[in-house]
Each structure stands twice: as C-alpha cells, then as structure tokens.
Design a protein around this ligand. Structure first.
Ligand code: 15L
Length: 287
C-alpha cells in the first residue's frame, strides 16, 4: 500500500482502480461517519469493490462505490448492504456516550441484525470497531495487554465489551470471523496530551483496516487501533499477526501539544478514557 508523509493529505480521494481480481467484495456501514468517510475514499483506490451504507441519502456516490440506505435494525436494510459481499466493515454505531436507549438500539440490537445478516449472506468476516472506552477506567500508568479485563467508562464503552463478545459468539457458533479493533483516537493529527497515547493516524487507520480484511485465518481477534505512539497505553503484539505495521507516531507533535493548555479536565487525566470517565451514567438526560 502506498503511504504518504505526515504533511500530505492523508486520505486523498484515490481514483477508483479497476477492482483487483480476488480482492474481497466489501460492505461498509456508517459511511457518513468520521471513520467511514476516510475508508470510503481510500478503499476503492486499493482495488476493492465497495458497497457503502448510510442512514439516509446524504452524500454523492464516491468513485468505484455502490451506495444503499436504511437503518440496520431493519433486516431488509442489512440484506441490501450484505448481498453478494465477503467482508463487512461495520462502522455504523453510536460512537460517544448517549442515552442508554440509543446505545441499546444502535450498538446492541443493530449489531445482532448485522451478524444475523452476515450469517444469511455467508460473509467470511466482520471488522468490528470496538473502542478504547471498553477499558477506559484503567489508570494511565498501566500498559494494557489485549487480554486485560474490561473496565468500561460509559454505557458506550460497555456496548463495545458486549460487541466484542457477540463477535466471539458468532465465530464459535457460526464460523463468522471478526477482527475487533479497539480504536483509540482516529483523527488527522493528535491535539491533546491524551492523544499522545491514544492517537490512530489516518494513514495507519487505512493500513490497519486493509490488514483486517486481508490477513488469513483470524478467527476471533482483538487488536488495538493505535499508531506507533511512543507513549501508547496499549501493547499491540497481536497486530503483528495481522501484518499491521504502524508508521505514525503522535510524539512528532508532542512539543507543540505540551506547550498548550490541556483541554481534558484535571480529574479525568489519570484514567485512560479521558473525559468519558466523567459522564454520569444515570443523569436524567442520559436515561
Ligand atoms: C471513541 O471511541 C469515540 O468514538 C471517539 O469519538 C473518541 O472519543 C475516541 O474514542 C477517543 O477516545 O478519543
């Protein structure tokens, strides 16, 4: 895969190359989200045929893409997305803390529909975006291995613990492979001291997702979605099995970031989940 320097546009809209024979036929949900938009621009340029799904018609078709719409709690919408596909990159979800009912609908119930759809359509693999907030209550001094016990910081983080286990169940019972990626902070460049540990650069993101699609025989696997940050909270040996070799390092921005005020409240700085750890789970607005 062609990688670009830190100063260039990390996710240029690559012209769609003709689909490479033998490449997986991809489905991408959540195509209108922050990560979905990056992948949607990058994947056709890597020789994949891509069918994307967004909730409602909002965007124009990208080069080399086929687009469907609908709520993935509806099996008919799942069928439109997965028919004739090999691998699903399932980015559609609530991606921050929200009222519990919304988390349950989007991150639990829709996920069951998606895995049931994967069964109906004989998909080989699902790439499931888990999150660092599944373990956000660990102290920042503790370097985590992938088999650490869950310590979610929010209902959102808890939904990712549930999703990783759901993925495991569909592998054990139905032979559908999953790579669960515990994504750190996937943005163009790190902005806060916390990001020096959690950043996933967008070039590394695209490279990681390509490895999640291509690596042979993953079964059920969990990896950290993080760049090669000098201050990473997470130990990512599993990712080597995937062939993921991150090149970006948040440390390149450390001097600049540490010279500015830290926007994360003081009382949240000791825990890995950052400001997520301050959410009051049962505040009236969140029930
Ligand atoms: C996440 O899981 C969120 O989806 C994203 O919005 C960021 O908050 C990220 O984690 C993070 O921890 O920085």
């Amino acid at each position: 895969m062609k990688r670009r320097g830190a100063s260039g546009d990390p996710t240029p809209a690559t012209p769609a190359t003709p689909a490479t024979p033998g490449r997986a036929r991809l489905a991408l949900s959540g195509a209108e989200g922050n990560i979905g938009r990056v992948l949607r621009r990058a994947l056709p340029g890597l020789g994949y045929t891509l069918r994307s799904a967004e909730l409602a018609p909002r965007s124009r078709l990208a080069a080399g893409e086929d687009l469907v719409h609908g709520d993935l709690q509806d099996p008919a919408a799942v069928d439109r997305l997965l028919d004739g596909r090999d691998v699903l990159i399932h980015m559609a979800a609530t991606s921050v803390e929200r009222p519990l009912s919304e988390i349950v609908a989007n991150n639990l119930l829709a996920l069951v529909q998606v895995y049931e759809g994967a069964r109906r359509h004989g998909l080989r693999r699902v790439v499931f975006p888990s999150s660092n907030h599944a373990v956000g209550m660990y102290p920042v001094e503790q370097k985590l291995e992938l088999d650490c016990a869950p310590r979610p910081d929010t209902f959102y983080g808890l939904s990712k613990v549930w999703g990783e286990s759901l993925a495991r169940m569909y592998w054990d019972k139905h032979g559908i492979e999953s790579v669960c990626v515990r994504i750190g902070t996937a943005i163009e460049r790190p902005l806060t001291p916390r990001h020096l540990s959690t950043w996933l650069g967008l070039e590394d993101l695209v490279h990681l997702i390509e490895r999640c699609i291509e690596a042979p025989q993953v079964g059920h696997m969990v990896v950290w979605g993080v760049s090669a940050n000098a201050r990473s909270y997470w130990s990512n040996a599993q990712a080597e099995r995937l062939g993921y070799a991150p090149r970006q390092n948040a440390e390149d921005w450390a001097d600049e970031i540490l010279a500015r005020d830290n926007p994360v409240p003081q009382e949240a700085r000791g825990l890995q989940g950052g400001s997520f750890v301050l959410h009051d789970l049962m505040a009236p607005s969140r029930r």
